[in-house]
Design a protein around this ligand. Structure first.
Ligand code: KPL
Length: 312
């Protein structure tokens, strides 16, 4: 059995990409799955330069009665749990795994948007919580076949409870390319939220790649999305520079111009989107402070009505 210390919950594109990066750094991670069986899978990654690497992954299911003893032993040695599921799956994922993780296990949430940490924090019973965001791009060609589509920065930082042990933190930063420790983390996550709030719903509604949003006809809407977000962030105590943030949104539009946003992909594949933790999070926080966010509200409504046309 591999060194049972870093577990990844969520084997989507980002979960698998991080898995490959941890394997390369010899950190011997493993996946925790919510399926019924544990086992091994061969994971293939096609890097940006076309090079292909394969890693054998250990999959360990969250203990059920028949697997209980061996899986419990393994999970009870986990020192870091990296949660890479979709934002709307985070709460359930944590609920199903937490009782089997040791009190010393640190939790890192790495998903699009913001919000799940508010519900997760009270369930951690004193465990440390860090949050992160990544702009690395990867696309799942098949269940275990991944294609890297872009490099990007990964920002991680402490949120609450005990700090991530420094040896783990250093290993993680060494393993994930272009990663940095950010203190405090929330302003960085609000900045990433602005990028997602502007690009994701508009590309999904307009059915276009990110680059199309550089057209002048979207300028006012993008400006309003960012303005509303900056006002809400300010109400929560986080000061953001509106001009710098708008410029950052446009630089991501340019850098990822040929890409389709994750929300565009969700809508195209008739999947639930992460709108609740992106523009929906802006609305939720605005409500707390009695602010109105008309443009973000309209985007949430439009995405919800698209979702309603294919989700039952
Ligand atoms: O993170 C993204 C997403 O698609 O969710 C962006 C930065 C918008 C890149 O497509």
């Amino acid at each position: 059995m591999c060194n049972p210390s870093i577990a990844i919950l969520g084997a989507g594109a980002i979960g698998q990409l991080i898995y490959h990066q941890l394997v390369k750094a010899e950190l011997a991670p493993y996946f925790i799955t919510r399926g019924k069986t544990s086992g091994q899978e061969v994971l293939t990654l096609t890097h940006l330069n076309g090079q292909v690497t394969q890693s054998t992954a250990e999959l360990h299911c969250i203990a059920s009665s028949d697997t209980y003893k061996s899986e419990c032993l393994l999970l009870s040695n986990t020192r870091l749990l990296i949660v890479c599921v979709k934002s709307y799956q985070v709460l359930d994922a944590i609920k199903s795994a937490i009782s089997q993780l040791p009190k010393s296990c640190h939790i890192l949430l790495l998903h699009n948007g913001l919000g799940p940490h508010l519900e997760v924090e009270p369930l951690l019973q004193g465990r440390g919580l860090s949050l992160g965001t990544t702009s690395q791009g990867a696309f799942r060609q098949d269940t275990w076949r991944l294609k890297q589509t872009g490099t990007g920065i990964t920002q991680i930082g402490h949120l609450s409870g005990p700090l991530m042990p420094s040896a783990l933190k250093l290993s993680l930063l060494r393993a994930i390319p272009d990663s940095e420790w950010c203190t405090p983390i929330l302003p960085y996550l609000w900045q990433k939220l602005a990028i997602n709030a502007a690009i994701n719903p508009l590309t999904a509604i307009e059915n276009c790649p990110n680059g199309a949003l550089a057209a002048p006809k979207y300028k006012q809407e993008i400006d309003d999305i960012v303005t509303e977000l900056v006002d809400v962030a300010m109400a929560t105590g986080i000061e953001l520079d509106k001009l710098a943030l708008t410029n950052r949104v446009y630089s991501v539009i340019e850098l990822t111009s040929a890409n389709f946003s994750s929300m565009h992909q969700d809508v195209t594949n008739k999947r639930r989107t992460e709108i609740d933790s992106i523009n929906g999070y802006i609305l939720a926080r605005a409500k707390e402070y009695g602010l109105t966010t008309k443009v973000n509200l309209s985007l949430v409504k439009r995405i919800k009505s698209i979702e309603a046309s294919y989700l039952n």
